[in-house]
Design a protein. Structure first.
Length: 357
C-alpha cells in the first residue's frame, strides 16, 4: 500500500495548547506523524511516497476564501504586533447568542474584524487550536497529501493512505478548529466528485464528530457523510454530532451520526460500523474517503471510548470488505506509543493482511 507523507507537516509544531484557559502540553504534535511513518516504514508492506502540489483551487472549492486568507496572514499579523508569543489563539468568539433576535441577513452582513484577535475568533471554533509560524504551510501540505492520495486511487490503486497532519475534519467551510485548519477529507471528496461525476461517501471513525465535514456537505447529496464518535453530550465538539442530524434540502438523509456510549468496546463499535457500512452500500459510488482517527483507542488521552489494536485490524477488514476503493486520510489519535501499531493494524486489515503479533 502506498503511503503519502512529507515532513513539511513539521512547520505546525505546537508544544503547548490551552485547555479551558490553562496551558497544557499540546496533543496534536509532529511526533504523531513520525510515529506512524516510522511504524509503516519498518513494516515492509508500505511504500512511502511524497505529495505533489495541487495549488489553492481545490481548497477554494470547499472553503471560504476569507478563511484561507486569514490563515495565510495570521502569523505575519502576530509578528507586526511585536508582542512576544509562542502561538496565536483567540479569546473572543462570535457565539450565536450575541446575535439573538437579529435577522440572518443582518448577521451575515456583520464585517470581519481588522484586529488579529478578532479575526482569530471570527474564523475559529475553539481556544485549543494554536496557530504557529509554520501552521499555514503545514496545513497546505496536508491538503496536498490528501489530494495526492486521491490521485493514486483515481490512477488505479484500490487503496491508498494519506498521512495528513494537521488533521481536517473539524474545519468547516469558513472555520478552523479542533487542531484542524483545512478539511483534507472534504477537499478530497469534493475533488473525487469533480473527477469522476460519481457520488462519494465519507466514513469518519475519529472519536470526535467531524462537524466540519458534516457542515460542508449538509445540503449536498453527492457526498454522503457517516460518522461514529463519542456522544457530543460528553465530548468535543459538543454542539454537533447528535443522531437527529440528517442533513437538509437535497442533503436530507445523506448524513448519518452514530454517537457511541462511554468506553464503547470493539464489539459495540463494530456493530455500529456495520450499520454505517450498510448505509454507505445502499447508494452508488465506487470510492470511500475514510477519516481515520485513533483517538477511539482505549488509552487515548482525550477520547473516551475503548477500542483495541485488534479492533482496528477488524475495522480495516470490514471497511475493505465493502469492495469499494479507499482513500484513507489521517485525522486524530494522541496516544503516541500506540499510534504506529494501531495504524499498521488498521491499514493491514484494509490491505488484506492480518498483522503479526
Ligand atoms: C482531529 C481531532 O481529533 N481533534 C480533536 C480536538 C479536541 N479539542 C479539544 C481538546 C481538549 C483536550 N485538551 C487536553 C489536552 C491535554 N494534552
Ligand atoms: Zn479526534
Amino acid at each position: 500500500m502506498q503511503v503519502v507523507h512529507t515532513d513539511r507537516h513539521r512547520g505546525h509544531d505546537p508544544s503547548v495548547e490551552t485547555y479551558l484557559g490553562v496551558p497544557v502540553p499540546a496533543c496534536e504534535v509532529p511526533a504523531r506523524a513520525e510515529a506512524i511513518r516510522d511504524a509503516l516504514a519498518a513494516d515492509g508492506r508500505f511504500e512511502i511516497v511524497p505529495p505533489t502540489e495541487h495549488g489553492p483551487d481545490p481548497i477554494l472549492a470547499v472553503h471560504d476564501a476569507g478563511l484561507v486568507r486569514f490563515l495565510e496572514e495570521a502569523w505575519p499579523s502576530v509578528e507586526r504586533q511585536e508582542i512576544e508569543r509562542d502561538f496565536l489563539v483567540a479569546d473572543t468568539y462570535p457565539t450565536r447568542q450575541m446575535f439573538s433576535g437579529m435577522s440572518d441577513a443582518f448577521v451575515a452582513a456583520r464585517p470581519e474584524p481588522e484586529a488579529i484577535g478578532g479575526r482569530t475568533g471570527w474564523w475559529g471554533l475553539d481556544s485549543s487550536n494554536p496557530i504557529r509560524p509554520g501552521t499555514y504551510e503545514a496545513a497546505r501540505w496536508a491538503v496536498d497529501v490528501a489530494l495526492t492520495t486521491v490521485n493514486l486511487v483515481l490512477g488505479g490503486e484500490t487503496v491508498a493512505y494519506g498521512l495528513c497532519r494537521p488533521p481536517g475534519h473539524h474545519a468547516a467551510a469558513a472555520m478552523a478548529g479542533g487542531y484542524c485548519f483545512f478539511n483534507n477529507a472534504a477537499i478530497a471528496a469534493a475533488a473525487i466528485v469533480r473527477a469522476t461525476g460519481e457520488r462519494v461517501a465519507i466514513l469518519d471513525v475519529d472519536v470526535h464528530h467531524g462537524n466540519g465535514t458534516q457542515q460542508i456537505f449538509w445540503r449536498r447529496d453527492d457526498v454522503r457523510y457517516a460518522s461514529l464518535h463519542a456522544d457530543p453530550r460528553r465530548l468535543y465538539p459538543f454542539f454537533l454530532g447528535h443522531a437527529d442530524e440528517v442533513g437538509e434540502g437535497p442533503g436530507r438523509g445523506a448524513n448519518l451520526n452514530l454517537p457511541q456510549p462511554l468506553r464503547a468496546d470493539d464489539a459495540t463499535y463494530l456493530a455500529d460500523l456495520d450499520r454505517a457500512l450498510e448505509w454507505i452500500a445502499a447508494t452508488p459510488g465506487s470510492i470511500i474517503v475514510v477519516s481515520l482517527g485513533f483517538d477511539t483507542y482505549e488509552k487515548d488521552p482525550i477520547g473516551d471510548l475503548a477500542l483495541t489494536t485488534e479492533g482496528y485490524a477488524e475495522m480495516g477488514r470490514r471497511v475493505a470488505a465493502l469492495g469499494r476503493r479507499l482513500v484513507i486520510l489521517q485525522e486524530g489519535g494522541y496516544h503516541l506509543p500506540s499510534l504506529g501499531d494501531n495504524a499498521r493494524a488498521w491499514l493491514r486489515g484494509a490491505g488484506g493482511t492480518i498483522p503479526e503479533p
